[in-house]
Write a protein that binds this ligand. Structure first.
Ligand SMILES: [Zn+2]
Ligand SMILES: [Zn+2]
Length: 192
């Protein structure tokens, strides 16, 4: 079955606007009957599986296909990735998403993944172990606030030096993330 031929009919016919509209409708109906939808971006007729769901659309699907959506998203990232304002906002958005996810899902760590990590990070693992035990035994205390920015909420243990396993800092997700960042730049509104 050739959809290319079907879509030839979609070429605008300036002298027959009504006929053109009818043709468009006809093609839409044919597509729907065949379980297909035309992407407005690349013009290809694809199966409904090739479109992301979107509740605001009449048919519940986005107007452009997954391939086009992915391409557009990649192009957008290319455009904005050097914009520090955007990067900072995006990180904030992802952190918030992560916090909500952790509250609503059981985060499962697969034993083999854990083992592989521990194998590669023996010193880190040892320090984590010692810190967890010390916390359990009351040798170190949980902080109520982030030790860098003073934020409340979910805090994580940070080892500034893995050679000193009991020296830990309690940090919010944001500050903990900053300690791990390879490309260090001064985030907006924050003193270095
Ligand atoms: Zn497309
Ligand atoms: Zn913080």
């Amino acid at each position: 079955m050739s959809y290319q031929l079907t879509f030839q009919k979609l070429e605008p016919k300036a002298d027959q606007p009504q006929q053109h509209q009818n043709d468009v409708l006809l093609v839409k109906m044919e597509n729907a009957a065949a379980g297909l939808k035309k992407c407005f971006k690349c013009g290809e007729a694809k199966t409904t599986n090739d479109f992301y769901k979107h509740s605001a659309m009449a048919d519940g699907l986005l107007g452009k296909c997954k391939d086009c959506t992915k391409k557009d998203a990649a192009n957008r990232i290319e455009r904005v990735k050097n914009d520090v304002n955007w990067v900072e906002k995006e990180r904030e958005r992802c952190r918030n998403k992560q916090v909500i996810y952790r509250k609503t899902h059981v985060v499962k760590t697969y034993p083999e993944v854990k083992e592989r990590w521990a194998d590669k990070n023996k010193i880190k693992r040892k320090a984590q172990f010692a810190a967890n035990n010390a916390l359990r035994d009351g040798k170190i205390k949980r902080s109520e606030i982030c030790e860098i920015c003073g934020a409340k909420g979910e805090l994580e243990k940070h080892h500034p030096d893995y050679e000193k396993p009991l020296l830990i800092q309690w940090l919010c997700l944001k500050c903990h993330g900053l300690t791990r960042r390879k490309n260090k730049y001064v985030p907006i509104g924050r003193n270095p």
